[in-house]
Design a protein around this ligand. Structure first.
Ligand code: ATP
Length: 632
């Protein structure tokens, strides 16, 4: 019997987060469990009120009390908590109550990839699990459980009801305006775009599933992407957030698998998927899997998802039921391949969603490991597809290592541009005024779903707790929360039970949540691409949305230039003070507020780079990598 068979599987969807309803001090959302100390005493949250100092206080002397904040001993904390706050952790409350987090952390290494070394660790005496065990051989945070007690969480079973599988939200009033966006396809002999789903010549069951999903006509990235993939070409595709990139790769892959009549065998000890899809976070890969499951409904194609934080035994049992399309986060994917449960000899498609993130310094080693796994077809013998809304030029160069020479580059609109359906408002703040301004914003948004982005996990806990105390039903998602809590938080946000979700960059990319009308950048990321992804959680699929961004000139000066360019690129109003800040920022040579910051097109046009990367340093990780263990 394999050791994974021994997992005790504990399905859990324990309801949390109802305490905001109970009026217990207003402390609420699923932070309720964290508001108690190890003796169950309710934390009255005295520290939040004392501005920054209260927040810091948690890191110093409150170990025995406030479980949610205790971070244990942190060593060498380079980048993982986003800079300066790191040093505040020190030794705190290893004996903290439930939820004391962090534990021992080593080797986050400032200059190198903070993903190497140990993440997570002991969480407090009541908790037996080590979170996010890192396998040094895996070159980063592993989603496998190769050390420490087993993770036994099994996500709740999915509904088989069609109404649930095909649940979707309506496209918005600006859906047809997608057709006005300029499209640029570069590379040799691109196939002709399709105008309708009929032209995609999908088989009957796929067509049925497409229409049950409410899709009437393809978006531009689908019009161009589907025929490119169907023609067998490698593709690097860039299209704005919320414009249907997922279906652009899923439909042609599923169509090809259907046409070839693949059927996953339930009887094989090693499963050999025809397609592997990789994405950077657990929630995003799960969402992609749900889309794959939806489109493959009623067919012989079986998608499976693997990601960290859930029982490996459960994961492997799911794989062994048959697997044609394997969706995974990098660590867990490498883990199941390494365990010999996945063979790669039949692999035809490798998809990198959020490709620029998958190839930045945080994940590049995992991606290189994946493509050099035993049995992985050479790039000449597989189809590699990359999708994102942002593609820094240096990443484009790096991506060429994974693609055939004649790959096509598809740009819908300006590469890296923000979705123009999102109204962007920039508010000048100081770090002391931000919380009050957040409350003001939330007063106007009322019960409309709002995502509030902050920079660190600790800040996420802190702001969520603060909002709950202010009687705003709030939940939070970040990399220190257990998978069960993360899924619960997302569920509560999706259902509207908690209309405010405080999130770190773990939720910045890809998540497609109905009715998110507002995004607040409480803390700005230090990378403009991350900003573009964050605000793209609203204004999706032709719907409109609003993004408020708190700009603290003291802290965010470096972002002024690129922010101005993103705003003007999306025809948004640029405040005079921001333009001034941009002019006076460092490195303003050639600054042109009305110009474009982005590669407007295929970076191959700027010169040949296909084979000129030897000796070049790896591309720096995006802002999100500052919060490294946010990423799986
Ligand atoms: N042709 C279509 N017609 C109607 N709805 C669509 C169509 N294509 C996609 N959608 C819906 O639009 C929403 C956004 O799609 P998707 O999540 O694939 O966007 P994305 O481009 O991948 O965004 P991001 O860059 O944020 O990852 C989803 O709810 C999806 O089901």
């Amino acid at each position: 019997m394999d050791d994974w068979d021994e997992d005790t599987t504990t399905t859990s969807s324990t309801a949390q987060g109802s305490s905001w309803n109970t009026g217990k001090g207003g402390f609420g959302g699923d932070h309720s469990s964290r508001g108690t100390d190890e003796n169950g005493n309710e934390d009255k949250g005295s520290s939040w009120n004392s501005a920054e100092s209260g927040f810091r206080g948690r890191g110093r002397g409150r170990g025995g009390g406030r479980g949610s904040a205790g971070r244990g001993f942190r060593n060498g904390g380079g980048r993982d908590e986003g800079g300066a706050d790191d040093n505040e952790d020190g030794f705190v409350g290893g004996t903290g109550g439930r939820g004391a987090r962090g534990g021992f952390r080593s080797g986050g290494g400032g200059g190198g990839s903070g993903r190497e070394g140990f993440g997570g660790g002991y969480r407090g005496k009541d908790e037996e699990v080590f979170s996010k065990v890192s396998d040094p051989n895996m070159g980063g945070e592993a989603d496998g459980e190769n050390a420490g007690p087993k993770v036994t969480y099994v996500p709740p079973a999915l509904s088989e009801e069609e109404s649930s599988i095909f649940a979707h939200y309506e496209s918005g009033i600006n859906f047809d305006k997608y057709d006005d966006i300029l499209v640029d396809v570069s590379g040799s002999n691109p196939p002709k775009a399709i105008m309708t789903f009929e032209e995609a010549a999908l088989c009957e069951s796929l067509n049925r599933n497409v229409s049950k999903s409410g899709y009437k006509k393809p978006t531009p990235v689908q019009k161009h992407g589907i025929p490119i993939i169907s023609a067998g070409r490698d593709l690097m595709a860039c299209a704005q957030t919320g414009s249907g990139k997922t279906a652009a790769f899923l439909l042609p892959i599923l169509q090809k698998l259907m046409a070839d009549g693949v059927a996953a065998s339930r009887f094989s000890e090693v499963q050999e998927p025809e397609a592997i899809i990789v994405a950077p976070t657990r929630e995003l890969i799960n969402q992609i899997y749900m889309e794959a499951r939806k489109f493959a409904h009623g067919t012989c194609v079986r998608p499976v998802v693997v990601y960290g934080g859930i029982s490996t035994g459960y994961t492997i049992r799911e794989i062994l039921k048959g697997c044609n399309v394997l969706c995974g986060t990098p660590g867990r994917l490498l883990d199941v391949i390494g365990r010999g449960k996945i063979g790669l000899s039949k692999l035809r498609y490798l998809v990198l969603d959020e490709a620029d993130r998958m190839l930045d310094m945080g994940f590049e080693p995992d991606m290189r490991k994946l493509v050099s796994s035993p049995g992985m077809p050479r790039k000449e013998d597989r189809q590699t597809l990359m999708f994102s809304a942002t593609y820094p030029e240096d990443i484009q160069r790096l991506a060429a290592d994974f693609l055939k020479m004649d790959y096509l580059f598809l740009a819908v609109g300006v590469v890296g541009g923000a979705c123009s359906d999102v109204e962007q408002v920039v508010v000048q703040v100081t770090k002391f005024s931000k919380r009050d301004q957040l409350l003001d914003v939330l007063k106007t948004t009322g019960t409309e779903r709002t995502m509030v982005f902050v920079e660190t996990k600790r800040q996420a806990d802190f702001i969520a707790t603060f909002l709950c105390q202010e009687k705003v039903p709030t939940t939070s998602i970040h990399g220190d929360r257990e998978q069960r809590e993360r899924e619960q938080a997302l569920g509560d946000f999706r259902s509207g039970k908690c209309p405010v979700l405080v999130a770190t960059s773990v939720a910045a990319r890809g998540l497609d949540i109905k009715d998110v009308q507002h995004v607040v950048n409480f803390d700005l990321p230090n990378n403009i691409d991350e900003y573009v992804h964050r605000i793209g959680r609203t204004g999706r699929c032709g719907n409109t949305g609003k993004a408020v961004c708190f700009f603290d000139p003291e802290a965010n000066g470096d972002l002024a230039r690129s922010l101005v360019k993103v705003l003007s690129g999306a025809q948004q109003e640029v405040p005079k003070w921001l333009e001034e800040a941009a002019f006076s920022a460092h490195g303003t040579t050639g600054f042109n507020p009305s110009g474009r910051v982005f590669a407007s097109t295929d970076s191959r046009k700027a010169g040949s780079f296909q084979n000129d990367r030897a000796g070049q340093p790896a591309v720096a990780p995006s802002a999100a990598a500052d919060d490294d263990d946010e990423w799986e």
